[in-house]
Design a protein around this ligand. Structure first.
Ligand code: SAM
Length: 234
């Protein structure tokens, strides 16, 4: 079934066009119905993250609180959205966006029955809402071209309220002695052409107005992963 069949007419009019980087590089992973069946399984996402999936989800979720109004900047295989919705609880809410209608339909099915969640098609560079208490951007930046990385970081910083946080969890360049460093280098060269642009740049440096933001950064697992928390000051 074509992924467009999942969207309503209104969504189809409002939906952004699928970007070339997604169609050319990641169609196999995100734009085919059989990829959903194959990849959206705990053992697969956990294997891709070297057994760290739950720890990375926990690391992201701990930045948010009960009652928060949250945005998730792109849909993710696994249970991140459910964990974020649990974290904010019934007094809070979670809006999930994704640029691919197929992913939106899939995420909507996974989260059906949760009254505090909405899922819709949008580009993380132009989030449809604003004034969020928190935004979670989980393993998106390494999959998008450098210019789009900047647009997404700026777009998310605009969508959070003063005092709110944008939390980026993503890859980072591992320490020199890391046993997975050569493996990750090969994987990135083979499958993830935009990852190198993230490894050589601080996320803070992607923001146009980084001075209006308080930045904190942490790495884990031999610096293979990073969490960057951007608190908007005004
Ligand atoms: C979050 S990233 C990578 C997540 C991770 N590899 C996983 O476990 O799923 C994958 C998602 O980002 C979406 N995406 C790519 N570019 C986007 C953009 N500019 N705005 C919103 N979603 C985007 C893709 O459609 C895909 O569903």
């Amino acid at each position: 079934m074509d992924h467009r069949e999942h969207t309503s007419a209104v969504e189809a009019i409002a939906a952004p066009v699928l970007p070339d980087y997604l169609v050319d590089t990641y169609a196999w992973a995100y734009l085919k119905p059989h990829s959903l069946r194959l990849l959206d399984q705990h053992f697969v996402v956990n294997a891709i993250l070297w057994g760290n999936y739950r720890r990375l989800v926990r690391w992201a979720c701990e930045e948010f609180s009960a009652g928060d109004r949250l945005l998730q900047a792109a849909s993710v295989y696994g249970n991140l959205s459910g964990r974020l919705a649990d974290r904010v609880g019934p007094r809070g809410s979670l809006d999930v966006i994704d640029i691919a209608p197929l992913q939106v339909a899939h995420c909507g099915r996974k989260l059906s029955g949760r009254s505090n969640v909405t899922v819709r098609v949008a580009d993380a560079a132009l989030p449809p809402g604003s004034g969020y208490d928190g935004i979670c951007c989980f393993f998106l930046l390494h999959e998008i071209p450098d210019l789009h990385k900047r647009l997404v970081v700026d777009g998310l910083l605009r969508a959070v309220r003063p005092g709110g946080v944008v939390v980026f969890v993503d890859y980072h360049r591992p320490v020199r002695w890391h046993p997975l460093r050569p493996v990750m280098t090969a994987i990135f060269r083979w499958l993830e052409p935009y990852a190198e642009g993230l490894l050589r740049t601080r996320i803070e440096d992607l923001a146009t107005q980084s001075g209006d933001v308080e930045w904190s950064a942490e790495t884990r697992f031999g610096a293979l992963y990073q969490k960057v928390v951007a608190r908007r000051l005004r």
